[in-house]
Design a protein around this ligand. Structure first.
Ligand code: ATP
Length: 202
């Protein structure tokens, strides 16, 4: 499973549709200060399901929509798509029946985000799990923010352990465990209610 293209439309400074091709080997992005290099990395994180505006350097999620410039009006939506080459069929279960995956996230003002995988509507959770199972995602330590190295050096051991867990590909299991625990709690509550009803009937 390999990223092959990132397409941004109306995302931050990328008002017109812009493609970033990701070839084999190293892809470098160079440009003057403020030209949008970090915005590209944020677009990648966002399409993989990032939901914390602070990690997108904004105060609300709609801040990723092009806010307008002297000569261009603001946009009403932002869209990012990531194209994945899956010819080796390494995508996680449930998404592994096509040679090519296209994941699209679109945010519309006052409406919120919607996701699609190969044209089909999916939930944010499905996209987050897809990338977590592939040992990547919005919080992957492979995406290194400015200042993150010094944060890591000063981090507590438990925070550093997360990097090893990502590398071992088990971060998706935490999410599943959390969901299983919630279901278990729900079942326990239902059982208590059933006991109460039985007691009343007895
Ligand atoms: P540096 O090399 O200084 O780190 P950079 O190339 O990484 O810079 P970015 O930080 O990615 O640049 O881009 C910043 C630019 O994006 C700024 O010009 C800012 O005005 C613009 N920008 C950010 N959010 C929006 C938005 N919602 N609408 C329009 N432009 C935006």
């Amino acid at each position: 499973m390999q990223f092959s293209k990132l397409r941004l439309t109306g995302f931050k400074s990328f008002v017109d549709p812009t493609d970033l091709f990701i070839s084999d080997g190293l892809t470098g992005v160079v440009g003057p200060n403020g030209c949008g290099k970090s915005n590209l990395l944020e677009a990648l994180r966002w399409v993989m399901g990032e939901n914390r505006p602070t990690s997108m350097r904004g105060s609300g999620m709609e801040d990723v929509i092009f806010a307008g410039a002297a000569t261009r009006p603001a946009r009403n939506f932002a869209e990012v798509s990531i194209h994945i080459d899956n010819s080796e069929r390494l995508a996680p279960q449930g998404f592994n029946d096509a040679d090519h995956l296209e994941i699209v996230r679109r945010i519309t003002r006052d409406v919120g985000s919607a996701y699609k995988v190969n044209g089909k509507d999916v939930r944010a959770r499905d996209v987050q799990m897809l990338f977590a199972d592939a040992s990547t995602g919005a919080h992957s330590p492979a995406l290194v923010r400015q200042g993150q190295i010094s944060e890591l050096i000063n981090a507590k051991p438990t925070a550093r352990r997360r990097i090893l867990e990502e590398a071992a590909g088990i971060s998706g299991l935490y999410q599943r465990r959390h969901e299983a625990e919630l279901k278990l709690k729900g079942a326990e509550t239902n059982l208590t209610r059933v006991d109460d009803v039985i007691e009343q009937l007895a």
